[in-house]
Design a protein around this ligand. Structure first.
Ligand code: KIV
Length: 290
């Protein structure tokens, strides 16, 4: 674990030293601070926000303003880890100038340390321009949820040799463009290993097997908060949804039966103040009625 505030050089150094990197997503202050306390290296304010927090059906509807709003909340809770802000769909696809301006907004207005964007060879020039503007970029290849439709849905990528070769080329193009690390999502484990061996920057896997340089998971998936589906590559380390539902149900029962709040959860008032209050109310009533 990196002890002080994690920087880009720490992330690069981890791969050189063979230390695995730990990354999770967070979208608000409580999860940002819990991830920090748990000692992760990087926190991603991902556009998975759309699905696991906002209940939308895809990440496509997330806007720059939404991501900025959530980065600010995460940043307040997250002091040590490197905070990465996700570039929403169409915030970098419309040209290099737009990409630099929008990446700059995530850093300046949100307060993240780096940005992430989806795409390989086709987005190498965009990555290069953002990096040259002074903004660290994390790539994201393999299954890229923003364009999942064009990839045939939320499916494993790089199944045959040609498709696998293309993903390796994507990784090399991102490295050459200056990306400081690359997220690789939903590829066969042997391909994950080959990609990690093909580039000097850390490869962070999510469904890419164990032989990569680190892992990222969506926190709401790994703690059982998201109820719609659990991707194959997600390990649920706990399942807090039933615990929360039970707590809310018990609270409801206690409200209905007046078992809550007891004296412990109520504010008291001195006998003198109560007597005085009653007297003042009685006088007022007397004046009104008489
Ligand atoms: O938005 C997100 O949570 C991501 C992860 C799947 C890496 O991009």
């Amino acid at each position: 674990m990196i002890d002080s505030k994690v920087g880009i050089l720490d992330i690069l150094q981890a791969k050189k030293e063979g230390r695995k990197l730990v990354m999770v997503t967070a979208y608000d202050y409580p999860f940002g601070s819990m991830a920090d306390e748990a000692g992760v290296d990087m926190v991603l304010v991902g556009d998975s926000l759309a699905m696991v927090v906002l209940g939308l059906n895809s990440t496509v509807q997330v806007t720059l303003e939404m991501i900025i709003h959530h980065i600010k909340a995460v940043r307040r809770g997250c002091k040590r880890p490197l905070v990465v802000g996700d570039m929403p769909f169409m915030s970098y696809n419309t040209g290099i100038r737009d990409a630099i301006i929008n990446a700059g907004r995530l850093m300046k207005e949100g307060g993240c340390d780096a940005i992430k964007l989806e795409g390989g060879v086709d987005f190498a020039l965009v990555v290069e321009a953002i990096v040259k503007a002074g903004i660290p970029v994390q790539g994201h290849i393999g299954l890229t949820p923003q364009t999942a439709g064009a990839l045939g849905g939320f499916k494993m990528q790089g199944k045959d040799a040609a498709a696998a070769r293309k993903i390796i080329d994507d990784a090399k193009a991102l490295e050459a463009a200056g990306a400081f690390s690359i997220v690789v999502e939903a590829v066969p484990a042997p391909l994950g290993r080959l990609i990690a061996g093909s580039v000097a920057v850390p490869v962070i896997g999510i469904g890419a097997g164990v032989d990569v340089d680190g892992q990222v998971l969506v926190t709401h998936d790994m703690v059982g908060l998201f109820d719609r589906f659990v991707p194959k590559f997600v390990k649920q380390y706990t399942n807090i949804r039933p615990t929360i539902i039970e707590a809310i149900r018990t609270y409801g029962d206690e409200v209905r039966s007046s078992a809550f709040p007891t004296l412990k959860y109520s504010f008291g008032m001195s006998d003198e103040a109560q007597t005085e209050l009653r007297r003042s109310l009685a006088n007022q009533d007397g004046q009104v009625n008489g």
